[in-house]
Design a protein around this ligand. Structure first.
Ligand code: BYC
Length: 326
């Protein structure tokens, strides 16, 4: 599909030249590019790729947590978890809307997801066997999301940056609720403390993988940074995240499962063990512990929702008929 911005200058090389100059100026001035502005095709494609992957992550990300809604340990915890999962649906919808401004339809993005042609974050392909996983997801997964996404509030593409502002506010609440679940468990019985530590052990490394491959193996970073979409490299954000976790882990009383984790005064960063990138590659190739289950459930939900889409389309058709007759 061609973006509206391209259509406006199609067949007019002078207008395209002016559009390109204006785009370069906007990027150089660290200003915002808006949907009606001319933009290079590769910029548009990169944004569609990143924003749609992000939207899919939010939608698939509802599954590991919704698994615990019916089994939350109290009414209060159930209400909080329901609100959080609902927020994630909302994030997905803002992001799909932002991607639609680039000329791709919601139907096409959904088809890419359910046909297994789209990526979504590796983190959501891990199972959630215990209640402590709700704490670890909030603390580690939402914590990593905040580190990664706060800089995206300044992304050069206006609709994406604006969607991220609201998403980040909600993610902060999510992160705190996860921290609080773990804190309560860590102040509980020995079995509860063990459950919390076990969840941290299982989610720590996958949460570090959320930031993407190491910088030297990240094919998209350099261009995305030149276009002011990404503001920091994958490794820089990962370091920032670990720096945030260390003091919080102390407050919680949990151990981060890396024996080599230590502050390096000379380099002003944390030394850490090598991440198991083979595991990351396996998950990206669709062979993670829960990939098949996540996609199967997403397809089922899509099929089960067909009647809602049909009813909405029929209602819209009747409304249009009525206003045409009026
Ligand atoms: N998982 O060149 P690179 C959330 C792919 S939602 C899967 O560094 P880029 C939440 C990457 O797509 C969390 N794939 O790429 C929701 C690329 O493949 P393609 C989602 C990954 O784009 C509910 C290839 O590897 N957050 O937090 O410059 C509940 C090479 O990578 C991953 C976002 O989407 C991964 N972890 O950087 C709770 C944030 N990492 O497309 C929480 C927005 C890399 O070339 N996205 N790949 O086939 C981003 O910031 C960037 O897209 C990334 C990757 C940092 C993720």
């Amino acid at each position: 599909m061609t973006a509206p911005a391209d259509l406006s200058v199609a067949g007019d090389p002078q207008a395209a030249e002016a559009g390109r100059a204006r785009f370069d100026e906007l990027i150089a001035a660290d200003s915002r590019v808006e949907p009606r502005d001319w933009m290079p095709e590769a910029y548009r494609k990169t944004l569609i790729r990143q924003i749609s992957q992000h939207a899919h992550s939010e939608i698939i990300g509802m599954q590991p947590e919704s698994n615990w809604i019916t089994r939350a340990p109290s009414l209060k915890r159930k209400a909080i978890l329901m609100a959080k999962v609902q927020d994630e649906a909302g994030h997905g919808l803002y992001l799909y809307s932002a991607a639609q401004t680039l000329g791709i339809s919601r139907d096409e993005m959904m088809a890419q997801l359910i046909e297994g042609r789209a990526r979504y974050s590796s983190i959501f392909n891990y199972p959630t066997p215990t209640w402590a996983d709700m704490g670890a997801i909030g603390w580690l997964v939402d914590g990593a999301a905040i580190c990664n996404q706060v800089p995206l509030c300044r992304a050069s593409y206006g609709p994406y940056g604006r969607a991220m502002v609201r998403i980040c506010k909600e993610e902060s609440f999510h992160q705190r609720q996860g921290f609080e679940i773990l804190l309560e468990l860590m102040q509980g019985t020995e079995a509860q403390r063990q459950m919390a530590q076990d969840a941290v052990d299982r989610w720590y490394w996958p949460s570090l993988m959320m930031f993407g491959p190491p910088d030297e193996q990240s094919p998209n970073s350099a261009q995305s940074m030149a276009w002011n979409i990404k503001r920091f490299s994958n490794d820089d954000l990962r370091q920032r995240f670990v720096g945030m976790l260390v003091p919080q882990a102390e407050v919680l009383g949990v151990t981060l499962p890396d024996p080599n984790l230590a502050w390096n005064e000379a380099e002003q960063r944390y030394d850490m063990s090598e991440i198991d990138w083979t595991e990351f590659e396996e998950v990206l190739a669709g062979r993670g512990p829960a990939n098949a289950e996540r996609l199967r459930r997403r397809r089922e939900a899509h099929d089960e929702g067909a009647w809602v889409r049909e009813a909405a389309a029929e209602y819209a058709r009747k409304q249009a008929e009525q206003s045409a007759a009026a």
